[in-house]
Structures are given as C-alpha cells and as structure tokens.
Design a binder for this molecule. Structure first.
Ligand code: HEM
Length: 583
C-alpha cells in the first residue's frame, strides 16, 4: 500500500482550482456538447430529442464527477468513480471485501469507490468515522433495509435520536447480566446438534460427509429463533423453516445493493427489476411479522426472558403513557414502537445474530482444521479444562465454564480478524460541518465514508504476518510464542466501533464458545479433499479457477460478501474422540 504521506492532500479549496486540474476532460466535455446540440436540432421526434438530452446529461454528469466534483482529487478506479453501477455490481457479486483490499493496495489509504463515497484504510479513520463523537450518521444505504420493512430496526436506523432510543431497549435485553437467561437455549440447541444431527457419528469409523457451513447455520438459526422470540424454528431437524437461512444471503445482498440506489426503492422499481429476489424478501418479512404477532399474542404464557420481551414491555409502556398523557403535549421528541418496527427488528436480528455468529464459528473451525498445531493447542486446553474422564462429559461445557478457555477465544478472534463476518464497509454519511481525518483529509457533509474491515484486518502496517492464522497475537505477552511485532488491536472491528457497536457481542461470544468447545472436544475432523469430493463442487472451486487475489490461497476461508457473509463447506467427516461421553 502507498504511504499516506506520499498521497497528495486531495481537498481542493474551490471549484476553479479543481477545474484546472482536469483541463483536457473539461474542454472535451464542453466540445462534446456541440455535436450533440447539432443532432438535437436535426432530430424530428420528441422521443429522440429526449434520448439525446438524457445521454448528454449523463455524459456531463460523468465528466463533472471526474473533474469538478468535491471528491475528484481522490484516487480510485475510473469505472467506479464515473457511476454507481460498479458499486452495485460489487455488492451483488460477493467480491466486495476483496475489491476494497485490492484497491487500497493499489491506490493507498483513501479510495474513491463510487461517485460520492470514500473508503479509508487507516486507524485514525476508524475513530473519526465511527467513534462515539464522530460527526456522522448511518448512510442512506441502510434505507435499502428500511424501505421493504416500512420501518427501521436498531441496526438500520439512520436518525441518531431514534437509533439511541431503539438501541437502549436492545442493550437492556442483551446486557451481560442477562446472559444467563439465554444459557438454556444455547445448550438445548447444541445438544440437538451433537445428539440428533451428528448422533450417528461413532468412534470406530469416519462419518458421512457433513457441510459445516450448512450445519452450523441451521444451529444458529434455531438459537436465534429462541433467543429473539422464544420460537422453536427446528431448522436443524425439519425442512419446514430451512428457507429462512437459505434465502437470507440473496435477500441481504439484494437489499444492500438496492440501498445504493435508494431512488429505485422509493419508486418501487425493485419489484420489477429483481422480482425473484424480492419475493424472497417479502416472504421473509411476512414470516417476521407473523412471529411478532404470535409472540405478542402469547406474551402472557411465554417466560419473560427473550429479546422480544424487552421490546413488548417498551411498547406496552408507550401505550400506557399515551393514554395517561393524552391531554399533555410531550416535552421531548417521542419515538414509537409499532408492529412494523417490531417486524423490522425481528427480521434484522435474525440476519445480524444468526448469520454472523455462524460465519465466525465455521471460519474458526476451518482455520483450526488447516493449522494442525493450533488445533492441537486448543485440544490440549479443552482437555485440561474438561477432562474426558470427568463425570458429566460434554455437559460440563457450559457458557460459564468455557470462559476459562483463553486459547479457544484467541482462535475465535483470530478467525474474525482474517474473515470478519461483516467483511465489507459499513457506510456512514458525513453530517453538516464535515469531518477531518488525521488532520489531513477534510470531508464535506453528504459524502459517504467508511473503513472496510477485511482490508484493515489484513493491513501489514497494523498486523504482523497479516495473512497468517496466529491466535497467539491475542494472548497476554507471557503466552505469546511466535508473535514479535505488536499488533494494532484498535483497528480490529468485526463488531463495528463506537456508537453503533454490536449489542449482541457478549451473547455471540458465549454461543460460539460453547458450540466450538463442544465440537472440538467431542470429535475428530477429516477435511474431504477436492478430489475426494467428486461431483460436489463448492463455489470457491469455481472462483479459484479465476486466479484472483484472495481466492487462490489454500488456507483462506472463502466467503462471499453479501453485507454479512455467504460460505460453503468445509466438507468434513467426523469421528467421535475416544472416551468422550456425549450423553
Ligand atoms: C460473531 C457475531 C457477530 C458479529 C461479527 C456482529 C457484527 C456486527 C457489526 C459489524 C455491527 C455493526 C453494524 C453497523 O454498524 O451497520 C453489528 C451491529 C449489531 N448487531 Fe451484531 N454481530 C454479531 C452477533 C450479533 C448477535 C448474536 C446479535 C443479536 C442477538 C447482534 C445484534 C446486533 C444489533 C442489534 C446491531 C445494531 C447495533 C446498533 O446499530 O446500535 N449481533 N453487529
């Protein structure tokens, strides 16, 4: 990557100065108007005249973006700078996290990746853009989620006041002191995995082939259903609700992409442009709404400890307050919690909670299976904390006991560094007054900015051996064996940063810890090689044939960036480890 000091400060003080930087393009632009104007006069039909005007306007817009636009001086690929199309393509094709990495390697710490959007890959930018006091708000891109749901959830809420109101409710529901409430759902669903789904795995021989992505995704969908609205979705054992995890990646990628052209959504064009995908999205929204209605109806009989109980309590409190204060004017702005808000919250929480935790769990398993030395260390730790011959066997592994496994948690963090489940860029809109990054980049209001997690997690200015799986870097210095250069952990951002940092972080660590500890303690794994897989191809068998950066490394967990992540495999066979009591 280019040294930031070498990159010219691109903020131009005024329009005239910017104009002089692109005299040839600007002159071409003006000259191009002449023949177009001539054609315009010659053309007879109004339709043709309109088309010519449209084309000219489009050309002028492109030239403006490349020459006079306030971001014209920032480097970036020309095809992405001219129009939003490439950005859309990038969101839909799943390579977006790799694009950011390649662009930052090519252009330096700031890249203009769309006409009005900048990506920064520096530690200063993390704080300036996402920090608690940053003069930014979530970008209009999040409307891609809000428009189909007709309401916003905490994760997608743009207005800062409303976001703070919604976040406060979820924080109460998921705060560390309430984690005990979720223990049962974590343990019960993990028992279904080891007792039923993998029940046939024996000590004597290798099992049938298991796709870890699919298996773990089903498990976390079940866990989230219970955690959010005490609903047993039974995705692990029945096909009825499997469409939920199956349609999430396409739906999320689609609505994320559509968020970059919000006008398409406002004009309801998405229904015609992506009919198949939108059918899936609306099916998912209907399901979320039904879950909410059922949950509200059954609230008297459901024990009061899922995430929805906090939302329902707040809704009831608001309704009470509304009746009491009918004649009074509210002193400050009130935010409501309607059925649409609850539906959006339910739907987005499924994506936010299930998809992300599943990705991280599978990637941790992937890296451990490809780094045998680290796998041996985790096993040694697990066997010392949970001796195989201790009475209770696998049942000794619980959310509170697994917290002792420091090395296991270091592996989880390291997997999230190499393969962050939200690997692209979380866009923020600069508010009036602008922001200044590193005393050097002055960004005006209205521009979308962000830091791409995958790119900064693999930046050699911040990490030693950035592409190597090295859990030791997360341990106290006394435990470090290989890592010498200190890593800059302040750019580690798999859960986001600042005001909008993930509220589910604590429960996510708890769930992932238990699932990984139980699986690694109970089973041996054998990765099914590409050759042995025969007809069964994973998608990265295809992409690796294209020999692109990031797709060729043997030991890299391959993901498609769909805002969250889509992945397949690894395909493995399992065998029960000797002397393990799984009952
Ligand atoms: C390994 C697991 C997880 C990862 C990597 C992760 C990642 C993230 C990231 C990057 C954000 C910031 C999004 C943004 O700013 O646009 C976020 C926000 C959020 N996450 Fe998570 N998440 C995980 C698990 C969970 C779980 C289990 C839940 C719920 C139970 C959850 C609920 C949320 C919510 C509600 C927000 C919005 C916070 C806000 O805007 O104030 N997440 N998460």
């Amino acid at each position: 990557m280019k040294d930031p000091a070498q990159q010219p400060s691109p903020h131009s003080p005024n329009m005239a100065a910017r104009f002089t930087h692109h005299p040839i393009l600007a002159t071409l632009c003006l000259v191009s108007c002449v023949p177009v104007f001539w054609f315009f006069l010659q053309t007879q039909t109004n339709f043709a005249k309109l088309a010519i005007l449209g084309i000219e306007l489009w050309l002028l817009t492109i030239v403006y973006r490349v020459t006079l636009h306030p971001l014209a001086k920032y480097p970036g690929p020309w095809y992405a700078v001219c129009a939003e199309f490439y950005n859309l393509f990038s969101c839909l094709c799943g390579e977006r996290h790799l694009h950011f990495k390649i662009w930052h390697d090519t252009y330096g710490p700031v890249v203009r990746y769309a006409p009005n959007r900048l990506s920064f890959c520096t530690a200063e930018a993390v704080q300036a853009i996402y920090g608690v006091r940053a003069n930014t708000q979530k970008s209009q891109v999040y409307n891609g989620f809000n428009i189909p749901f007709e309401a916003s959830a905490t994760l997608t809420c743009i207005d800062r006041g409303e976001h703070a109101f919604k976040r406060r409710i979820l924080k109460q529901a998921l705060e560390p002191s309430r984690l005990g409430d979720f223990e049962n759902s974590i343990l019960e669903n993990t028992r279904v995995l080891t007792g039923t789904v993998l029940g046939g795995v024996k000590e004597e021989n290798w099992s049938h082939v298991v796709d870890l992505s699919e298996t773990i995704q089903y498990l976390f969908t079940d866990m989230m259903g219970e955690t959010i609205f005490s609903k047993k979705l039974e995705v692990q054992t029945s096909k009825t609700n499997r469409f939920i995890p199956e349609l999430l990646p396409t739906a999320t990628a689609g609505i994320h992409a559509a968020g970059h052209v919000v006008l398409t959504l406002k004009l309801q064009l998405h229904r015609f442009l992506f009919p198949g995908m939108m059918r899936g999205v609306f099916r998912f929204i209907d399901l979320s709404r039904q879950q909410c209605i059922d949950r509200i109806r059954d609230s008297a009989t459901i024990p009061h400890h899922d995430v929805f109980s906090s939302l329902i309590d707040e809704k009831a409190r608001q309704e009470r307050q509304e009746t009491e204060l009918k004649s009074h004017k509210p002193s400050k702005k009130q935010y409501s919690l309607t059925l649409k808000d609850l539906t959006a919250e339910a739907g987005i929480l499924m994506v936010a909670g299930a998809d992300t935790s599943a990705t991280c769990t599978v990637s941790t398993l992937f890296y451990l299976l490809h780094y045998p030395d680290m796998l041996a260390k985790v096993r040694t730790e697990l066997d010392s904390v949970f001796p195989p011959d201790a009475p209770g066997g696998i049942e000794n592994i619980t959310p509170s006991t697994v917290a002792k496994c420091k090395y296991l948690y270091a592996c989880i963090d390291e997997a999230m560094r190499l393969s962050p489940p939200v690997s692209g860029l979380l866009p923020r809109e600069v508010l009036p007054g602008g922001i200044t990054i590193a005393d050097r980049w002055v960004i005006p209001a209205g521009v979308d900015v962000g830091v791409p997690a995958y790119a900064i997690h693999r930046d050699e200015r911040y990490w030693s051996a950035p592409h190597t799986f090295m859990p030791e870097r997360w341990l106290d210095s006394s435990d470090k064996t290989q890592n010498e250069k200190p890593d800059s952990k302040d750019v580690f951002m798999p859960f986001g940063v600042g005001r909008t940092i993930c509220v589910g972080k604590a429960i996510a660590y708890q769930e992932m810890g238990v699932v990984l500890a139980r699986m690694l303690w109970a089973y041996d794994f054998q990765v099914v090689s590409k050759e042995a897989r025969g007809w069964r191809k994973l998608y990265w068998d295809y992409v690796s044939e294209r020999q692109e950066w990031g797709r060729t490394q043997e030991n890299e967990f391959q993901m498609l960036d769909v805002f969250t992540s889509y992945h397949e495999g690894p395909l493995v066979q399992l065998r029960k480890r000797s002397g393990r009591d799984l009952q």
